[in-house]
Design a protein around this ligand. Structure first.
Ligand code: NDP
Length: 273
């Protein structure tokens, strides 16, 4: 049996073992997938022990994505740009490849929900690790423009500068937002985890837009409820992104693309129990 797992701290709530076990069953792959919680400073030791004992690959979640970035002996371009790694794979020659599949997971989830990015105006709210991880895959879809806004404006400016060679990306101060000029708003802030909302004006919402919250929950998320209350026609939460990034990792490890739809349905059911 080929061994995979997810590293994180905390990890008990992780949905990754559930998702990958279903992927493996669906595609007939002989593999195990578990979870492990290293101490905050224990990632390198834990990952080294895992790969030395025959581990083939792993997912990495908070707070270890930067540790995994440093641990990899080779990086994909999107991981380099993201500055963080959520997937490691051991090659036959012993090299450890680091990838970041979060952004592609988001893009695939949007596309599967009939939300095209090509030619669209996208507002990306937040400028933390998640925002950085999705910018290159978003820009690769040829949007008309991606505008980054963040509570701490300087971080939005830094991100826009960092990715300016990869497509039309700029930044705006939150208090300058006013008009309903975007087709898609992506909330990549962690505000919702504490029941808060980013300080966006309601005037940016229009019916013909999609609001996407990277946070997910059994109920409608705070940001999506705010979007609906102010007239947005379509809302999506980050559960599809979670399944999408997992599908990309699985593809990297096993060379076979699992179907996300059925797994997403089962995960939603699990979340609502
Ligand atoms: P970071 O800590 O790196 O960044 C947090 C971001 O949220 C910053 O831009 C921060 O602004 C902003 N923020 C936090 N609280 C507030 C608030 N009260 N009001 C406005 N802005 C706020 O976190 P990540 O970028 O790594 O993760 C962000 C979210 O994305 C998390 O909730 C995470 O769960 C989710 N996520 C979901 C994934 C999925 O698969 N669905 C994958 C990856 C992440 P400031 O710079 O001003 O502090």
């Amino acid at each position: 049996m080929d061994k995979y797992l997810v590293f994180g701290n905390p990890i008990s709530q992780s949905k990754s073992p559930f998702i990958h076990t279903l992927f493996a069953r669906q595609t007939g792959q002989e593999m195990t997938y578990e979870s492990q919680q290293p101490e905050p400073d224990g990632f390198v030791a834990a990952a080294t022990a895992f790969f030395n004992s025959g581990g083939r690959g792993c997912n990495v979640t908070a707070p270890f994505k930067e540790d995994a970035f440093a641990f990899a002996t080779r990086l994909t371009e999107r991981a380099q740009l993201a500055g963080a790694v959520n997937t490691l794979k051991k090659l036959d020659d012993g090299e450890i490849v680091g990838d970041n599949t979060d952004g592609e997971g988001l893009v695939q989830d949007l596309l599967q929900n009939q939300v095209e990015l090509k030619g669209k105006r996208v507002l990306l709210v937040g400028a933390g690790g998640a925002a950085r991880g999705v910018l290159q895959p978003l820009l690769a879809q040829n949007p008309q423009q991606v505008v980054v806004t963040n509570r701490t404006e300087a971080k939005a400016e830094q991100l826009a500068t960092l990715f300016s060679a990869h497509g039309p990306v700029t930044h705006i101060a939150m208090e300058e937002l006013a008009k309903p000029e975007f087709d898609i708003i992506i909330n990549s802030t962690s505000a919702g985890l504490s029941g808060q909302l980013p300080a966006l004006p309601t005037t940016i919402i229009k019916r013909e837009m999609t609001c996407y919250d990277m946070v997910y929950s059994a109920q409608v998320t705070a940001f999506n409820q705010w979007s609906i209350d102010n007239g947005a026609g379509k809302t999506l939460d980050g559960l599809g992104m979670l399944v999408g990034q997992a599908a990309e990792s699985f593809m990297l490890w096993r060379g076979i693309r699992p179907g996300a739809k059925q797994v997403l349905r089962e995960l939603r059911r699990l979340l609502q129990q």
